[in-house]
Design a protein around this ligand. Sequence first.
Ligand code: SAM
Ligand code: DTB
Ligand code: SF4
Length: 323
Amino acid sequence: MSERLLSEIEALYHQPLFDLITQSRKVLVENWKTSEVQLCSLLSIKTGGCSEDCSYCSQSAHHHTEIDRKELLDRETVMSHARQAKADGATRFCMGAAWKGVKEGDSKLDQVCEMVADVATLGMEVCVTLGELTGKAAERLKKAGVTAYNHNLDTSPEFYPSIVTTHTFEDRLRTIRHVQNTGMSVCCGGIIGMGETVTDRLRLMQVLTGFDPSPESVPINCLSPIPGTPLAEQEPVDIFDLVRLVATARLLFPKAKVRLSAGRTRLTREGQALCFFAGANSIFFGQKLLTAKNPQVEQDMALLEQLGIRNHKHPTEILKKSC
Ligand code: SAM
Ligand code: DTB
Ligand code: SF4
């Protein structure tokens, strides 16, 4: 797939807001059930002590943050979280580890593969985010049952060196290519509110339009400012900037799940409703993300109910119906 022109993406993004969301709504309606969003559950399977210096992240060993470091969870603990997530309605279970990455031959990769195989028996989509992968590590994860690998580019190639210096944008792209080569789906998006410009946000979108295949999901995170990180004092993102980006992502990636990810605690109910109207069709639910707060489950359920939005059908329910 060749990248869309930046000028085309800018023209979409900068049109009058109601014209933009009228278009993005149409694309959402044509491709998705607008009365459903996917509920995803997130679990940090290894927390803190990461060698990388990502300036937004609570888990970097370069910053002095107040998180409880935790070594890799055991299989049983992960499985009990996954069972609970399924019982709570999640159709996707995402496991995240604070690692620079994993290689074949690492015992930690063997352990994650066992967790993945366990969770896959529950019939949920299984997503992992473990940092850099070699081609062989990606193959092992695919064989173990991973359905999607999350590896965000986070921002534009130009702004990336201002937020991370221990690895490069090109390193991130290499991992994504390894994942694509296995046939695993790619979940790739970014963070807004780190001090980047609108052009940086749209350059990220532009890079994503060059992916072949197109990303299966595009998480849009609003920075969750973490005390002790260099970005602790960043101002919240303007809601209309977020809505514009969600709508633009919907137009560029009609078949992707556009996931309203971190930072929802700083959004109003009305703001979130507008994001769903404009094209978002997935959220992380549960009271914690990896380390940061997420809205209370009851609040999320009440909001979805008020909007008349249901959970995506569980994959096993769809199977039962078609048998
Ligand atoms: N270590 C792996 C990696 O870097 O890909 C996986 C875990 S990392 C925490 C996953 C993603 O969470 C990051 O790429 C970033 O997009 C998002 N993230 C981390 N901290 C965040 C924060 N404070 N606010 C918003 N998003 C954040
Ligand atoms: C993604 O794009 N957002 C999620 C998931 N993929 C792994 C992570 C959000 C992390 C927010 C900060 C924290 O919890 O520490
Ligand atoms: Fe480590 Fe990932 Fe956090 Fe960067 S975003 S510091 S790689 S856990």
